[in-house]
Write a protein that binds this ligand. Structure first.
Ligand code: ATP
Ligand code: LTN
Length: 334
């Protein structure tokens, strides 16, 4: 708790171009939570370097992501939006928590296995201990809730295990966080292979809608979206491509799956795909305009980075000092 509000923590990596999946599954849901929780949203650049990055590119993308957080509607006066690398406590707590995490636990992480397979030439120790850094992010702010997609559930479980283990030894130091799932858009699938999630690291650009795609590109990608030969628009597992398009349509329009099925009863796939494309354009166009506008205001973005970085550092230090004392590090002389 911070004041009378529960604390919420989440973050995103500034790697690759964000997709509609990131927006509908994460960012859009965050905006609705600002009033209810004391929110911290990191641009988690320490996580990004677990795979090789071009330095100039990473810096550029990190700033673009922070700008996007604001453009999406996160008010930086109410939400602490900051760069993870500006708060030294993340790395410091991660080190301590590494000493309370077992190799066996980390070995079970499916994201590690996936990423290790993808980056076979660079399976570094950071990639392996990535979940511990994520645990540090969350526990540093004593977060009660963590909105994440289902793909991150395993990391949240390990965070809870680490927190409980630490608390078991040293008393109630960390709040044990709960996962928070958004209602809609929990998992947006690839437009080219609806059995896989839409991912920013997909090699096929037609598989994902990028948040900065122009309207023509968006319409074209939906036209090419993989469906089936059933020729009927129904919301069911047997038609994963159509089901995914219905999910996207619902997340963009606020309609329910039943309403959508009724609306497109007897209509062809072509017509439905165009409608989904238009719904997505009407959500992304204003977002893109706002990003363009904010990007021009360098001084404003700089002030957010500075002010929120300091705010995050303040709260992070409170937890860190407590932890350092518990594990037996000598007190600082003032
Ligand atoms: P990568 O392809 O690099 O692994 P990603 O696109 O999966 O990246 P992340 O940075 O891992 O994105 O995720 C950021 C946030 O977006 C997380 O909360 C994640 O759960 C959510 N998210 C990512 N992809 C989707 C998706 N297809 N549908 C819904 N939510 C998603
Ligand atoms: N691992 C997450 C990003 C992330 C995160 C966090 C999410 C890093 N630290 C803390 C929630 C809370 C991802 O790849 N989506």
């Amino acid at each position: 708790m911070l004041g009378d509000k529960k604390v919420l923590y989440s973050g995103m990596q500034a790697t690759g171009n964000l997709t509609l999946g990131n927006y509908l599954g994460a960012l859009k849901n965050w905006v609705a939570l600002s009033d209810q929780y004391e929110c911290f949203y990191g641009v988690v650049d320490l996580h990004s370097i677990t795979v090789r990055q071009d330095p100039a590119e990473l810096r550029k993308r990190a700033r673009a992501l922070l700008t996007l957080y604001i453009a999406a509607g996160l008010d930086p006066e109410k939400n602490c939006i900051y760069y993870q690398s500006h708060v030294s406590g993340h790395a410091e707590l991660a080190w301590i928590l590494n000493c309370f995490t077992y190799m066996g636990e980390l070995n079970r992480m499916t994201q590690f296995k996936d990423k290790a397979a993808k980056h076979a030439d660079n399976i570094n120790a950071g990639l392996f201990t990535y979940p511990v850094l994520m645990a540090a992010d969350i526990l540093l702010y004593q977060a009660d809730v963590v909105p994440v997609g289902v793909d991150q559930m395993q990391h949240l479980e390990i965070t809870r295990d680490i927190a409980q283990r630490f608390n078991g030894i040293y008393g109630d130091v960390f709040t044990v966080p709960e996962a928070y799932f958004g209602k809609v858009g929990a998992k947006i699938m690839s437009l080219q292979d609806p059995s896989r999630k839409m991912s920013k690291s997909d090699e096929n650009p037609n598989a994902s809608i990028y948040l900065m795609d122009d309207p023509d590109t968006i319409m074209r990608k939906f036209k090419r979206a993989v469906t089936d030969s059933e020729s009927q628009i129904l919301y069911r597992e047997e038609q994963p491509g159509i089901k995914n398009l219905i999910d996207i349509y619902c997340a963009c329009t606020g309609k329910t799956a039943e309403e959508t099925v009724r609306e497109f009863d007897q209509k062809g796939y072509g017509e439905f795909k165009s409608a989904v494309g238009e719904a997505v354009v009407s959500v992304l166009k204003p977002l893109q305009d706002r990003v363009a506008e904010l990007t021009k205001d360098k001084a404003y973005i700089d002030s957010v980075i500075k002010k929120n970085g300091e705010k995050a550092q303040y709260f992070a230090n409170k937890t860190l000092r407590k932890v350092q004392k518990k594990v037996g590090f000598p007190e600082r002389i003032r």
